[in-house]
Design a binder for this molecule. Structure first.
Ligand code: NDP
Length: 502
């Protein structure tokens, strides 16, 4: 290692962040900060230095948290009017907004993401809580014609009620910690559910700060419980727990399959947002001034630690070389550094282990002679910084094109055809189906391709167009169900059909 690490690479943090880091970080159960049964440390991935120690729980703490969530569901939260629930959610949004600097800086230093991205995700979280607060009043059933055999005898009324699923377990990964916590929490609370959340052990901090804000907003004890801990212990216990009615998980496809197994015991409802290997199709008539930065950021946004990353680039032969020259030049001006440094556009990998996994893909591709036109190296400095890396001359059989690398690694394949069926067949040659994009000036080609690409989100002349009100989720092995928007709320609601003889 060339130089010794300096805290935050010498960048300042806000006094409230410094104060928060100095606190004791316990578990939030039943409205109280309680002792855990273990302790772990979390590190700044840009320097490798320890940020804080935090307490962890296992099966016993998860059980306590589920009981607290059940008591709140059957008690104060369940009895609250929709107007009261709406007001509390809006209050939480205001408290978070007032603490936006703290929330933003915690995700920067715990995850490594550049500050401008963390600032945006914090603002989106506030928006999302307000959005779902507004949705509480719009939870509606329907009136339906009564069953034939009853209507034949008497006047009758059939209608549906939308009711909360109950206690929701939520397992959150490390790649966009606050944002993923909120996109699960806000619809669950709006629906009237109570929650036990397990953040990732890599990024426990913003969820703990959020816990304090939940208490400050006056959300009743036990409505939200936060149990940090190791996935295989606390996460597994939550997914298996018979007192949990629904589990919502974001993470790898492999762990998603374990969640399904764990949920079998009480057949809890399961929502999964899993991996991706999203196609980016660039047609010969694409506007390259738009496509060059767009394609680059499809891969490199969040240093590639992004489930909807567009990492399989299909470039038409007519524009392939010009597009790649532009992308390689874009890589050269990306600034790798600490997320707190305003100049930084790309941060570090989350951990040593994850960086080793990403470098393993790069080294194997280099050894196999795949053409490297940008990057390919890990920086000789503290932290796990990997250069934005571009391999061309790829084909769909290579691990580079098939597996979710979750790092700043782009794999590019040239194609000759302009037949939308053939192009879509290339794009769809993957077990995943989370996202994708098409770059062309031809509206007809764009919409014909979009229709043929098997993914939950496909964008035209942009990539990863995610938004509070826009459903997001995967086809194939990218998941079950949708988050965000109305469908995100529906995932926490049951439908009860009621028929009355009048
Ligand atoms: P995991 O899927 O293993 O972890 C995601 C979350 O699940 C974390 O909170 C983790 O806890 C928890 N978890 C782990 N094992 C279990 C289990 N048996 N039961 C319940 N919960 C569990 O992802 P990794 O962090 O190991 O990353 C591996 C790969 O997953 C990445 O390289 C990437 O490809 C993919 N990934 C995809 C994400 C997405 O947004 N779709 C997000 C993160 C990763 P803990 O961290 O405490 O172990």
């Amino acid at each position: 290692m060339s130089v010794s690490p300096v805290p935050f690479d010498g960048n300042p943090i806000a006094p409230e962040t410094e104060c928060f880091l100095g606190e004791t970080h316990r578990l939030l159960i039943g409205g109280e900060w309680v002792e855990g049964s273990g302790e772990l440390e979390t590190r700044d991935p840009a320097t490798g230095l320890v940020l804080a120690r935090f307490q962890t729980g296992g099966a016993a703490e998860v059980d306590r948290a589920v009981k607290a969530a059940r008591a709140a569901f059957e008690g104060p939260w369940g009895r609250m009017t929709v107007a009261e629930r709406t007001a509390l959610l809006h209050k939480l949004a205001r408290v978070m907004d007032a603490n936006a600097t703290l929330l933003t800086e915690l995700d920067v230093i715990d995850n490594g993401m550049p500050r401008f991205i963390a600032g945006l995700t914090t603002a989106n979280c506030v928006e999302m809580i307000d959005y779902y607060a507004g949705a509480v009043m719009r939870i509606e059933g329907t009136t339906i014609a009564p069953p034939r055999h009853i209507a034949a005898e008497t006047e009758a009324l059939t209608y549906t009620l939308r009711e909360p699923v109950g206690v929701a377990g939520q397992i959150v990964p490390w790649n966009v910690p606050l944002s993923t916590a909120i996109l699960k929490l806000a619809p669950a609370l709006a629906a009237g559910c109570t929650v036990v959340m397990k953040p990732s052990e890599e990024t426990p901090l913003s969820a703990l700060a959020l816990g304090g804000m939940i208490l400050e907003a006056g959300i009743p004890a036990g409505v939200v419980n936060i149990v940090n801990g190791v996935g295989a212990e606390a996460g597994q216990a939550l997914a298996e727990h018979p007192g949990v009615d629904k589990i919502s998980f974001t993470g790898s496809t492999a762990t998603g399959k374990r969640i399904i197994q764990a949920a079998l015991g009480n057949l809890k409802k399961v929502s999964l947002e899993l991996g991706g290997k999203s196609p980016v199709v660039v047609m010969p008539d694409a506007d390259l001034a738009l496509a060059v930065p767009g394609v680059a950021m499809a891969t490199f946004f969040l240093q590639g630690q992004n489930c909807m990353a567009g990492t399989r680039i299909f470039a038409h032969a007519a524009i392939h070389d010009e597009l790649m020259e532009g992308v390689a030049a874009f890589c050269k001006v990306m600034t790798l550094g600490h997320g707190l440094d305003p100049a930084t556009t790309q941060g570090p990998m989350i951990s040593d282990g994850h960086a080793a996994k990403v470098m393993g893909y790069i080294e194997r591709a280099r050894a196999d002679g795949v053409t490297l036109i940008a990057g390919g190296e890990k920086l000789d400095r503290p932290g796990n910084f990997i250069q934005p890396t571009v391999f061309t001359s790829c084909d769909n059989a290579m691990p580079l094109m098939r597996e979710e690398i979750f790092g700043p690694v782009m794999a590019v394949q040239k194609f000759e055809s302009e037949d939308v069926e053939a192009i879509a067949a290339l794009a769809n040659d993957t077990p995943y189906g989370l996202s994708g994009s098409v770059w062309t000036r031809d509206l007809s080609t764009a919409h014909r391709l979009v229709k043929r690409i098997r993914a939950g989100q496909v964008s035209i002349n942009c990539h990863g167009a995610v938004g509070t009100n826009i459903p997001f989720g995967g086809y194939g092995q990218s998941g079950w169900g949708r988050e965000f928007g109305q469908e995100g709320l529906d995932a926490y609601l049951e439908t009860k059909a009621v028929t009355a003889r009048l």
